[in-house]
Design a protein around this ligand. Sequence first.
Ligand code: BEZ
Length: 231
Amino acid sequence: MPRIGDPAPAFTAVTTQGDITFPADYAGKWVIFFSHPADFTPVCTSEFMTFASMQQEFAAYNTELVGLSVDGLYSHIAWLRTIKEKIAFRGMKDVEVTFPLIEDVSMRIAEMYGMIMPGEDSTKAVRAVFVIDPEGRIRTVIYYPLSLGRNFDELLRVIKALQTADHFSVATPADWRPGEPVIVPPAGSCGTAKERMDGHDDGVTCADWFFCTKEIPADAVEAAIRAKGTA
Ligand code: BEZ
């Protein structure tokens, strides 16, 4: 099962947007690679409509979406057509899913990525999310069970936080959103710890030597990460 920091396992696949070679086709981009349990199911339908509605928002952060389930291509096509033609959800309707949805009837890719959790269901993928950076490295892994639809604001927050951490060499605290203080890496020497506590490290505020923050205005964060995702 791939872990954070590992290179994303490579594969070729058939999708609703043609064949893909993963992650090579996405070099230089961030990718949210996610699985869903089954086509023609309600929670998955609500998730696909939400993801599709936010696709441009993710693209603004250089982030592409790639879905997978262990259904076949024709099931995928029929389901996506049904979503567009018939389903309304939370103000969304006439929603066209234009990101690739991988067919994986053999479960080859789902097994490779640890998306099958037999204790939950041995014939369906759980709701897995892999965030992969422009170098093809796994940066975040999140799993949800079959019954629980994902929080898509959180997925966008994850993308923004990872890109902010990379660009500014900082970390982001609990529930961080752009514009809120970021965490400065802990002092690596007694000298730096003293400088920070004496207030000599510009722009850095310390509650204690190991807990230091600094302000990065929301517009500076957005300017850095909206133009291009940095890894
Ligand atoms: C759903 O997407 O609604 C769903 C899929 C598999 C099991 C339970 C719910």
